[in-house]
Design a protein around this ligand. Sequence first.
Ligand code: ADP
Ligand code: ZN
Length: 434
Amino acid sequence: MLYDLEKETLPREEIETIQARRLHDLCVRVYANVPFYRKRFDEIGITPSDINSVRDLHLLPFTEKQDLRNHYPYGLFAVPRENIVRLHASSGTTGKATVVGYTARDLNTWAELVARSLGSAGATARDFVHVAYGYGLFTGGLGAHYGAEKLGATVIPASGGSTRRQVVIMRDFGATVLCCTPSYALHLWEAGQEAGIDFRDLPLRTGVFGAEPWTEAMRADIEQKMGIDALNIYGLSEVMGPGVAMECVEAKCGMHIHEDHFLPEIIDPVTGEQLAPGETGELVITTLTKEGLPLLRYRTRDITTLDYTPCRCGRTHARIGRIRGRSDDMLIIRGVNVFPQQIETILLETEGLTPYYQIIVTRENNLDSIEVQVEVSESFFSDEIRKLQRREAGIQKNIKEFLGITAKVRLVEPRSIQRSEGKAQRIVDKRLLS
Ligand code: ADP
Ligand code: ZN
């Protein structure tokens, strides 16, 4: 369903024309209003008049999370404080939080783009949208909320927590669309099982899941358990919040990034060079229309690809591939790079395992080692010890074979790994504690 037919199907040339104009205006704005950027422009020896096309993008400086931290809390805002009508903060998954500010127009754009995203998921004004992202400084809850209202849907602002009660509300209120993290969706499903509520009997049709990395295997698992289409939504507070990019239900093959507002690039995370479409690297986003906290070439640290080939849904905006992981989460185990999601894929391909897992990293004699703890399903748990041990060895072998690392695998009792209400914590890094 196209929420904004005209903008979502703009021909490539028109997208680029809009981007070029907005990029130039953005440079003028930040040069005039943000001392940090003015200094960077001056150092590099460029002025806003040098930036007139998307092909000039590479001339601009990057912005990193550390720059936001260095100017904590309001140092990079581009408008007078009285024009900021809302603050949010990143969830602080990877260190000190960063603060972001929105003007009234920014909030309106955000709601529009989330409405567009929900439209990509097939949602309309007739839907009941149950929002189980946390409400608060985290952008998930309020971001999804105002977007669903803008769409004209009926919003159920559940926020995180009270999991069992939420499932009852979903059933009683007739939720048709669920917005939350994929790990929380599984937690809700599990609470439903315990309460005798089968999600497949509910009117729930679609899940809009994001805010943390997940895999195709996880999608398949959720879709089968819950009887829904599980779709991927991407965003980050620094750039806006949820709804920067969203998968379409028609193709389920990459997330359309709203290119009239965000200009994406993929770079080599080490050299900073732009990579060609299709190549894997770090996603960098320039916010074309944001007023409160505009960012030039923001390094997201998320590893993915960009695809400009036409999508069968008819939308013309480029698609970002499933996030392979955030570079902060990349584990380097004896020289081999691995993302938790690669391990997740192997686990979910193994019969009898559940999507509840954690990776424990330790250091002994200066060598890092990892242990993967994963819950087995009830039926497998009752198996004899010997069988479980054989199974552990089998998974260990697969991890070695496919990822090239040695990991200890430990199958644990059902429900022994802590459930998350927001972002799941996949890595427990004990190296930091010692
Ligand atoms: P924090 O960096 O503290 O977690 P945010 O709450 O703004 O702050 O989270 C943004 C980050 O969440 C993204 O940079 C990305 O790493 C992750 N994320 C968001 N959506 C997705 C998604 N669909 N798939 C994978 N990762 C995602
Ligand atoms: Zn599409």
